[in-house]
Design a protein around this ligand. Structure first.
Ligand code: NG1
Ligand code: ZN
Length: 532
């Protein structure tokens, strides 16, 4: 370890004395102006993580997703494209708070010792960023961290978050795909077009994409070249070069939170399907105007049920073979969707704490695990056992069984196996709509009716005081607050409400749903008042 070399770089990235950073739901996320010392340390950490795994490639993504343009963030991706292993979150937090050179060196030594890192082991890291204005400078500081410990790195410039996850996996597992941006598009077009070919679909499908003025816009334009003959994308809110426009009055988070149309769609046609990505294109939601001209949202819960129904119908054709398909949600899933999954689809339903890592982990317990957050972040995971069984299938070409098994095998390639992906999920939804039972946005929507719901935010003195249990559905601290919430909830038919601290913002979130809009609003506001 060349201490002088490290401290030389560290002197350019000293941390603030009285600030504490924490690796949260999606890594470190805050005002971009505060992030420089953090990203430098994350660069070091990514290098150390790679060394600890004998040189496996680690990913680093600089993004603040759906958050405002003035924010930014950074997160680490593990070799298989998954979120950083939980035990390393505490290690990252410790390193991020080692503000001066001296404490930085001693924390690095501590990590090397506790993780039994061989300093001479190779270290490989891939980095990318979204379209934010603060990105290039923060990327340069992250690279300083990598250089400080002599890690090898490859900078992929601007990518969506799921593209970076894809690349990280490819570098460690060549069977996953070609480790470049082109490989990502090729994998999608190949699987999509083969599915459509199997089913004899020759007509084009068209879809409007609101890209939140983020990196998804650039990638949709590139994708269009590959999909020329299959899908016609109409891009709106595509100004990724106007930093102040990012996520502003548009994008998946705006549409989901406000339950209304984004700005920027000129001629909104009834009964046509529209979609919105978030700023780093790992979330997608859909919507349409019904005959009466009312806005109808098709969120992550609706995506999960659509994909699960489609997969379930394919599975039912593989006679003689039984596989376990399950859905995973968080407490933010609409109560109607959970009832529909249990009572109509009759599928196992798991509920986990907020945060993709929890959902992803739980989804891995099924042969096929469908997980989506209500906000549109999610994917479908196919287990190795299931893929092997599909590959070993010997159905006669041309039969229903053969078509079903081949479609399932191609879905494994179409749907991003590492993380939620707006582009891949969009294509999977188009496939499910074209080939499944629900053909139109209206039919899809009619599977169940969402309960009215509200999501509010409260600023509190110390959000760390809010401790939860039961997949975050109940508060254990502050003591007594949960029974007050329960008493209020009991007054509303179909009522449900819970409170938890956000992992990405300095705020506490209040969720409420009930049978009527009036009751929902009243319930949400009464529970919020308890926090004043
Ligand atoms: P927090 O801030 O912990 O509620 C939000 C979303 C999560 C997840 C993360 C990561 C809600 C209610 N919460 O987490 O679902 O997407 O951001 O971006 O939507
Ligand atoms: Zn995102």
């Amino acid at each position: 370890m060349n201490i002088e070399h490290i401290t030389g770089y560290a002197s350019k990235h000293l941390g603030p004395e009285n600030e504490t950073f924490a690796y949260g739901t999606a890594g470190f996320r805050m005002l971009a102006s505060k992030l420089d010392p953090v990203v430098f340390r994350v660069g070091i950490l990514a290098g150390l993580r790679s060394k600890a795994l004998g040189g496996k490639t680690i990913g680093v993504m600089i993004t603040a997703s759906h958050n405002p343009p003035k924010d930014n963030g950074i997160k680490i991706v593990d070799p298989f494209g998954e979120m950083l292993e939980q035990s390393w979150e505490a290690i990252s937090t410790k390193l991020a708070n080692s503000h001066d050179s001296e404490s930085l060196i001693s924390t690095i030594k501590e990590i090397v010792e506790s993780q039994k890192i061989d300093w001479s082991a190779p270290s490989n890291v891939v980095v990318a960023r979204d379209s934010r204005e603060s990105g290039p400078k923060l990327l340069a500081s992250t690279i300083d961290g990598l250089k400080a410990i002599g890690a090898s790195f490859k900078d992929f410039g601007q990518l969506t978050t799921p593209q970076l996850h894809y690349l990280t996996r490819c570098f460690n597992d060549s069977s996953f795909g070609k480790p470049d941006e082109e490989g990502y598009y090729e994998k999608l077009i190949l699987s999509y077009s083969k599915i459509m070919e199997l089913w004899g679909v020759t007509d084009d499908i068209s879809i409007t994409v609101d890209a939140a003025n983020g990196i998804g816009a650039d990638q949709i334009l590139k994708l269009q070249k590959y999909f020329e003959q299959h899908v016609k994308f109409t891009l709106v809110n595509g100004s990724s070069d106007v930093p102040s426009a990012l996520n502003s009055d548009c994008g998946a988070d705006f549409v989901k939170t406000n339950q209304k149309l984004p700005s920027g769609i000129p001629d909104f046609e009834p009964l046509k399907l529209y979609s919105s990505f978030d700023g780093d294109a790992d979330r997608v939601v859909f919507y349409y105007l019904n005959k009466e001209g009312t806005f109808r949202l098709l969120d992550g819960d609706k995506i999960a049920t659509l994909l699960a129904s489609f997969i379930s119908s394919l599975l039912s054709k593989l006679d003689g073979k039984s596989f376990k398909l399950g859905i995973v949600q968080t407490a933010y899933a609409n109560g109607s969707s959970s009832n529909y999954i249990t009572n109509v689809l009759k599928l196992p339903l798991g509920v986990t704490a907020t945060g993709v890592k929890h959902l992803h982990h739980k989804a891995q317990s099924y042969d096929i695990g469908v997980y989506f957050e209500a906000n549109g972040h999610g994917t479908v995971l196919f287990s190795d056992n299931f893929v092997e069984a599909l590959e070993a299938q010997d159905f006669t070409p041309g039969t229903e069984q053969y078509k079903a098994a081949s479609t399932l095998r191609l879905l494994v390639d179409l749907i991003n196996q590492t993380v939620g992906d707006s582009i891949a999920d969009l294509l999977a939804v188009l496939v499910a709509l074209r080939l499944g039972d629900s053909k139109t946005p209206e039919e899809w929507d009619s599977n169940y009716t969402d309960l009215p719901n509200r999501l509010l935010k409260a600023l509190v003195k110390d959000r760390n005081q809010f401790k939860t249990t039961d997949a975050e559905r109940k508060l254990v601290e502050p003591v007594g607050l949960q029974s007050e919430i329960d008493e209020i909830v009991a007054e509303y038919p179909g009522g449900r409400s819970f409170v938890r601290a956000s992992g990405t913002e300095d705020a506490v979130r209040i969720y409420a749903e009930a049978n009527t809009i009036e009751d929902t609003n009243e319930l949400a506001s009464r529970v919020s008042k308890l926090l004043e």
